[in-house]
Design a protein around this ligand. Structure first.
Ligand code: RB5
Length: 146
């Protein structure tokens, strides 16, 4: 997995996005910030779409999307055909990568504190997809949805 992370939020996730960007840079990642650049009210699907499109276009990329709850970001990215996992704990973040090959981590700034959020982010990024039977199962997601 590459070392570039695509990140976006809405106004409800802006402050946590900035904290994640700082941590990611500290950890040696290149970060592409798709916005917004302030806490003015904005619409989460716009930023979810920017991140989902970038991640969908390059298999080496992972993304992070943050809104107030993480729900709207998750709904939008999944609808766009990118596996996005809404996580509120580190175990779920590890499983989302290891078993579900999630490509986008979604979090809610109004749900998780900054310390926990950074732990979730680290767990997500340091876990690789296990493949094998999990590959068959994620392929089945597309089959059953057709
Ligand atoms: C914005 O108030 C809020 O609805 C948004 O950040 C997010 O929680 C939506 O899912």
């Amino acid at each position: 997995m590459g070392k570039t992370i695509i990140i976006g939020s809405d106004h409800g996730g802006f402050n946590l996005k900035q904290a994640c960007i700082a941590a990611l840079k500290d950890w040696g990642f290149d970060v592409r910030d798709m916005g917004p650049d302030c806490t003015d009210s904005c619409d989460y699907p716009i930023f979810a779409a920017k991140v989902a499109e970038a991640v969908k276009a390059d298999h080496d990329l992972l993304g992070v999307l943050i809104c107030g709850t993480g729900q709207g970001m998750s709904m939008t990215a999944n609808r766009m055909g990118v596996r996005a996992a809404l996580c509120t704990d580190e175990f779920t973040a590890r499983m989302a990568r290891g078993h579900n090959d999630a490509r986008i981590l979604c979090m809610g700034e109004r749900v998780v504190g900054q310390g926990l959020a950074l732990g979730i982010l680290k767990a997500f990024l340091e876990t690789g997809f296990e493949g094998d039977r999990h590959r068959r199962r994620i392929d089945l997601i597309d089959t059953v949805a057709e």
